[in-house]
Design a protein around this ligand. Structure first.
Ligand code: HEM
Length: 402
């Protein structure tokens, strides 16, 4: 569809597009453009609810947490026994927890971790930078965020494989067990193992605290004069595991896949690494690895002329919002010199990503070290990257180095 082609708004269909297909995950940008014009608020079969795509509508929905609630039965399918804290609870409860969590993920606190992160990135890159080819997802994008996470939490690096198994069993259960019932039981069983793992870790750290570890901070911090209960500790750490690994892996994969397919843009960053912080923001906008975020309506409402009933699942399409030309001048172009970039890749409102400073630092260090260790890379001839939907992880990213 061209820019000038006009289409009638159609609120009952998401433009005939299955947003959860691997094809949509590989190249969602054209679909987003079509949705802005054709169905800014649509009913989507693949999401089982309403899909909101325009920047202003998505931003206002994030901000109105009284209307668009995060409390939903969603937690039932993720192997959890209770809602995860703070993502699946609403203010005022959610705000109380953010007060004690925000300082642990501040920009200043993350800066202290920079040398460790840089060494972890360089160590992984050295294992393959002089090879002719590499499958980048397995070699780097998956292990790097997990290693950083273990350091931050004060957990042993030997638990890397166990952690990767945990998060894959929950977030990618249907790729491991195509049968839906078996996948459900895999998630439930893994959920129990995750609770047991952190329960034991908290016992161990109570006996022998690790300096500067977030888990030790959580053991000692007080909320309204009381320490956190063991269930609160487990509901927070369960979320950390699900929120802090796959999201960064997916972002790394999407960024590197883009640079592998756009050699001129890669060369610009090699020639001038001071562009990298802006490139991180622009690639977060363009790629938006977390395509959408769910909410449920607390009452009937009207968004862009479409009535949404009470108690309806709603999908806030961050990816579509980030390409809305009402908000982003020249939004269809990836620009390292973009000045105003209020992208929604980390969400918005009270639930805006707790780990955004950590994620930004990981992505910046990843690009700096990658372009230093292997400045030339492209897709391996005859091979294609394989994307998964939802969180856009590039599950197979075959690169030719040099
Ligand atoms: C590039 C990587 C990341 C992206 C794109 C991302 C994206 C998001 C988004 C869109 C939300 C909003 C969810 C909602 O409104 O329901 C969110 C929330 C959250 N993120 Fe991230 N995230 C990333 C990395 C991380 C990391 C490294 C952590 C570390 C633990 C983290 C922890 C969280 C937590 C705890 C929340 C829930 C906050 C709340 O509900 O108050 N995220 N993230």
């Amino acid at each position: 569809m061209t820019e000038t082609e006009s289409v009638e708004p159609n609120p009952t269909e998401s433009g005939g597009v299955d947003l959860m297909s691997p094809e949509a995950a590989a190249a969602p940008q054209d679909i987003y453009r079509r949705m802005h014009k054709q169905c800014p608020v649509a009913h989507s079969l693949s999401h089982g609810g309403h899909v909101i795509t325009r920047y202003e509508d998505v931003l206002q929905s994030f901000r109105d947490h009284k209307l668009f609630s995060s409390e939903m039965a969603l937690h039932m399918g993720l192997g959890t026994e209770r809602p995860m804290i703070p993502q699946q609870i609403d203010p005022p409860e959610q705000t109380r927890y953010r007060k004690i969590l925000d300082n642990q993920f501040s920009r200043k606190r993350m800066k202290v971790l920079e040398p460790i992160m840089r060494e972890q990135a360089a160590e992984l890159l050295r294992t393959f930078a002089d090879q002719e080819t590499v499958e980048f997802n397995k070699a780097f994008a998956v292990p790097f965020p997990c290693r950083v996470f273990l350091s931050l939490m004060g957990l042993p690096q030997e638990d890397l494989d166990l952690f990767l198994e945990f998060k894959d069993n929950i977030l990618r259960s249907q790729q491991i067990e195509p049968d839906a019932t078996k996948a459900y039981y895999l998630r439930a069983a893994t959920g129990k193992r995750i609770y047991a793992y952190f329960d034991k870790a908290f016992d161990r750290l109570s006996e022998a605290p690790e300096e500067d570890s977030i888990l030790c901070y959580l053991l000692t911090v007080e909320l309204d004069g009381k320490k956190l209960t063991r269930n609160e500790l487990l509901d927070i750490t369960f979320l950390f595991l699900l929120a802090g690994l796959d999201t960064v892996t997916a972002s790394i994969g999407c960024f590197v896949s883009f640079l592998a397919q756009n050699p001129n843009r890669r060369q610009e960053l090699v020639d001038d690494p001071s562009l990298i912080p802006n490139a991180v923001e622009e690639l977060l906008r363009w790629e938006t690895p977390v395509m959408s975020v769910p909410r449920v309506t607390k009452r009937e409402c009207e968004i862009s002329g479409v009535t949404i009933p009470e108690n309806t699942m709603v999908s806030l399409q961050c990816g579509a919002a980030n390409l809305d030309d009402e908000e982003f001048v020249d939004g269809d172009t990836v620009r390292w010199d973009r000045k105003f970039n209020r992208h929604l890749a980390f969400g918005g409102g009270v639930h805006r990503c707790l780990g955004s400073h950590l994620a930004r630092m990981e992505l910046q260090i990843m690009l700096e070290e990658l372009l230093k260790h292997m400045p030339q890379f492209s897709l391996e001839p005859g091979k294609k990257p394989v994307y998964s939907p939802g969180i856009r992880e590039v599950q197979v990213l075959p690169l030719k180095i040099g």
